[in-house]
Design a protein around this ligand. Structure first.
Ligand code: GAL
Ligand code: CA
Length: 356
């Protein structure tokens, strides 16, 4: 206990604060010598819990909280609320978490343009606020110093996705260029309109190809709102109208890429006749599809890293510490960026046999 306290003191506190903390812990010791553990109450508002990637973050968070409680003898009460895609519902949920005086709020905001209103409420209640995955504009984040963002840089995922396609395009055996015209014909499955990841992934994936001198032609493109079945419906239409002329399916996330594969499978088109399909996220079902040779590649969106950093940040903020003075890497005093990583069969195999 002392050692934990000492380590924690060295890591996070100034000497004066350490003495205060020690005194507080002693006061917390009852006559039986038992320490009363304080409970950290974290409210987590997600935009839609059935979203595969968001659900992965939530599960990681729950697992990390349990591990942290067991390791450090602290209590963390995680209250997860699902906005079910409605900003009105989410705002009501946040109002309630504020009324219940939660210690820290983590918000995966439904509508990015509503951030200012939520920041102002948290500021008034003096409850630190961490946005994640759905990034408010910088101007909103600057409304209060106790507001943070944990996520990944959208353009980076687009660039990596473009590089995966570029490498595949340059590999002539077998050629991706089905009609041999030297132009990459593709369709684009886009995430929610207005989402930073949808806009920037679309832009940077294509720009990476054209920037490397590849001629491209967009045959079709539409939003499928990150959703597998919506993507399957779009893709069926495109396969019916465009047929074999589609050489690549560029999808803003894995669920939609899997929807595209569903469409080909339900039309009884065998894997060798499918175009090159790429996604983003590296969800479990997507990794399985990469192993099965159905999904050509994806880009790891670090759900666990987001959960870890959010939890550390919440713990720091609750105890009134300055995250800038901690082990966390903050950009502009507000942002924690998790890197994206390329995943194709090659990376998966290298992971399984690191020596080879
Ligand atoms: C993206 C992710 C999508 C979806 C979206 C929700 O980062 O790639 O699959 O989860 O966030 O905001
Ligand atoms: Ca072509």
């Amino acid at each position: 206990m002392i050692r934990t306290m000492k380590n924690c003191c060295i890591r996070y506190f100034s000497k004066g604060l350490c003495l205060l903390l020690a005194a507080a812990l002693l006061v917390g010791c009852g006559q039986s010598g038992q320490t009363e553990t304080k409970t950290l109450r974290v409210g987590v508002a997600v935009y839609l819990q059935t979203d595969t990637f968001i659900d992965a973050i939530v599960q990681d968070l729950e697992r990390l909280v349990q591990a942290r409680e067991a390791a450090d003898g602290i209590k963390i009460n995680l209250n997860i609320v699902d906005g079910r895609g409605s900003q009105i519902t989410q705002t009501e949920q946040i109002d309630r978490l504020i009324a219940l005086d939660y210690d820290v709020l983590c918000v995966n905001i439904v509508d990015r343009t509503s951030a200012a209103q939520i920041i102002d409420k948290a500021k008034e209640a003096e409850i630190p606020l961490i946005f994640f995955n759905r990034e408010p504009v910088a101007e909103d984040l600057s409304r209060w110093e106790q507001v943070y963002y944990v996520g990944a840089k959208a353009e980076e995922s687009g660039v990596i996705q473009g590089q995966i396609l570029l490498d595949r395009w340059l590999n002539a055996n077998p050629s991706m260029d089905k009609n041999g015209d030297g132009i990459l014909q593709y369709v684009m499955l886009e995430g929610e309109p207005g989402h930073q990841d949808a806009m920037l992934r679309t832009e940077y994936a294509v720009q990476t190809l054209t920037g490397a001198g590849v001629s491209v032609e967009r045959l079709a493109g539409d939003t499928a709102n990150w959703d597998r079945s919506q993507a399957a419906a779009r893709m069926s239409d495109w396969v019916n109208t465009l047929g074999d002329s589609i050489e690549a399916v560029i999808s803003n996330n894995d669920d939609m890429a899997l929807g595209a594969i569903d469409a080909y499978q339900s039309l009884d088109i065998p894997p060798e006749d499918m175009p090159v399909i790429v996604g983003v996220d590296a969800t479990d079902p997507a990794l399985k599809a990469v192993e099965e040779g159905l999904l050509y590649g994806t880009v790891l969106n670090d759900a666990q890293g987001i959960a870890e950093n959010m939890l550390e940040l919440a713990l720091l903020l609750e105890s009134g510490q300055d995250p800038a003075q901690s082990d966390l890497t903050l950009a502009d005093g507000k942002y924690i960026w998790l890197p994206y990583r390329r995943v194709t069969l090659r990376e998966l195999q290298a992971e399984q046999s690191p020596a080879g």
